[in-house]
Design a protein around this ligand. Structure first.
Ligand code: FAD
Ligand code: DHB
Length: 389
């Protein structure tokens, strides 16, 4: 088997890369170790930056997103007694969209299986080889248990945090890793109830952070700060709704409740691995970096990486020019660190940890963002997404 770019992992990063390269006439094969059902059911991110939406629309996979995605012109920041609206269009001229990562993934998979390059689910034993030369290959076992070799001109490691690609890059480049774990996690809930607010609410509370988000006019997505060791069995639906109502309480407003259809505890970490390239193996998305979810950056950052990588690989494979692949890692990492800082900052401002001194610093920062246009603009510019490139 032969292709120009072998892509490991069919998350949003790998699928979108395949689509962008197809539009430039570059062949790809995408290898995914899970089943299609599993990949499509994974509930994860929900907020898309304008750049992400535009990229999906331009790639011809934004039709349902434009029909069903919910545009948001801002967010509410809340602390006891205050719910303050930040208006993104007036602060920075941009907005964001609520549209689940599950739906982005379904749209990309359906386009790829309809008229796109091969996408193989259920493969195993995936190993990138000879990545330092110009003819790397990927060894894998297909879904029928038959060993295969995929000869390539380049390989994209878009196989997420637990994938096989990053260790190959790190081992061959003497790369560096930076990591920060947080003393809290998120309990995420999906519920069949209309959102109780028009925009997302990020709430600071002495009991811990709460986030009210949404997936559609009839489905809410809600999060609570919990201890990382918390067991989901200990959180009955009643306990979840009581905690959400307490942490988002405001005079004259009530949180609507409804049947919980999914709940799980999500770990939180910051992680950056550099460089994002070894020879002809290029990392993109969660394979190279993880941000805590508070700024809604993970999926958007994966899309930004892939936008840079698609252009660089097209230039290499269709034009024989190495300039953009040579600078890919540095250009991607500059944006990664900006998003890493923003996500850390939002996380640190909104989650309860430490002592009363820390709490007063957090509240002072929140009052500053709500009271100063300059401070609000800084949040708005980062939240809606800084330019890619
Ligand atoms: P992934 O989506 O992880 O895709 C990688 C793919 O590679 C997967 O399909 C995996 O099965 C496949 N793979 C792995 N190993 C191999 C292998 N050896 N061979 C072949 N295929 C392989 N971000 C937010 O902004 N907001 C959120 O609320 C949010 N919640 C999240 C909750 C969870 C539980 C997780 C894990 C992440 C969450 N994120 C969130 C982050 C966001 O979902 C990711 O940033 C995004 O999925 C990155 O896309 P990706 O394609 O780089 O990686
Ligand atoms: C969602 C997730 C986030 O991390 C965030 O900051 C906002 C919304 C969501 O899943 O809807």
């Amino acid at each position: 088997m032969r292709t120009q770019v072998g892509i490991i992992g069919a998350g949003p990063a790998g699928l979108l890369l395949s689509r962008l390269l197809q539009l430039q006439g570059i062949d790809t094969v995408v290898l995914e170790n899970r089943s299609r059902d599993y990949v499509e059911a994974r509930i994860r991110a929900g907020i898309l930056e304008e750049h992400t939406v535009q990229t999906l629309v331009d790639a011809g996979v934004g039709e349902r997103l434009q029909r069903e995605g919910l545009p948001h012109d801002g967010v509410y920041l809340q602390y006891p007694g205050v719910r303050h609206h930040l208006d993104f269009p007036s602060l920075c001229g941009r907005r964001v969209w609520a549209y689940g990562q599950t739906e982005v993934t379904k749209d990309l998979i359906s386009a790829q299986l309809h008229d796109g390059p091969p996408l193989l689910f259920g493969v195993s034993d995936v190993v990138p080889e000879d990545v330092d030369g110009d003819s790397p290959r990927i060894r894998f076992t297909d879904a029928d248990g038959v060993p295969q070799v995929l000869e390539c001109d380049a390989i994209a490691g878009t196989d997420g945090f637990h994938g096989v690609s990053r260790p190959v890059v790190t081992a061959g480049t003497g790369g560096r890793l930076w990591e920060r774990t947080y003393p809290y996690a998120w309990l995420g809930v999906l519920a069949d109830v209309a959102p109780s607010t028009d925009e997302l609410v990020y709430a600071w509370h002495p009991d811990g952070f709460a986030l009210l988000s949404m997936r559609s006019p009839s489905v809410s997505r809600l999060y609570l700060q919990v201890d990382p060791g918390e067991r989901i069995e200990d959180w009955s639906d009643d306990r979840i709704w009581t905690a959400l109502a307490t942490r988002s309480a405001l005079d004259g407003w009530e949180l609507e409740t409804g049947p919980v259809t999914e709940k799980s505890v999500l770990p939180m970490r910051s992680f950056v691995s550099a460089p994002m390239r070894r020879g002809r193996l290029f990392l993109a998305g969660d394979a190279a970096h993880i941000v805590p979810p508070t700024g809604a950056k993970g999926l958007n950052l994966a899309v930004a990486d892939v936008t840079l990588l698609a252009t660089a690989l097209t230039r290499l494979l269709a034009g024989g020019r190495t300039d953009l692949v040579d600078t890919y890692s540095d250009r991607a990492l500059a944006r990664v660190w900006r998003c890493t800082h923003f996500s850390w900052w939002m996380t640190s401002m909104l989650h309860r940890a430490g002592d009363d001194f820390d709490a007063e610093l957090q509240l002072s920062q929140l009052r500053r963002v709500c009271g100063s246009e300059a401070a609000a603009r800084e949040l708005a510019e980062n939240y809606t997404g800084l330019p890619v490139g």
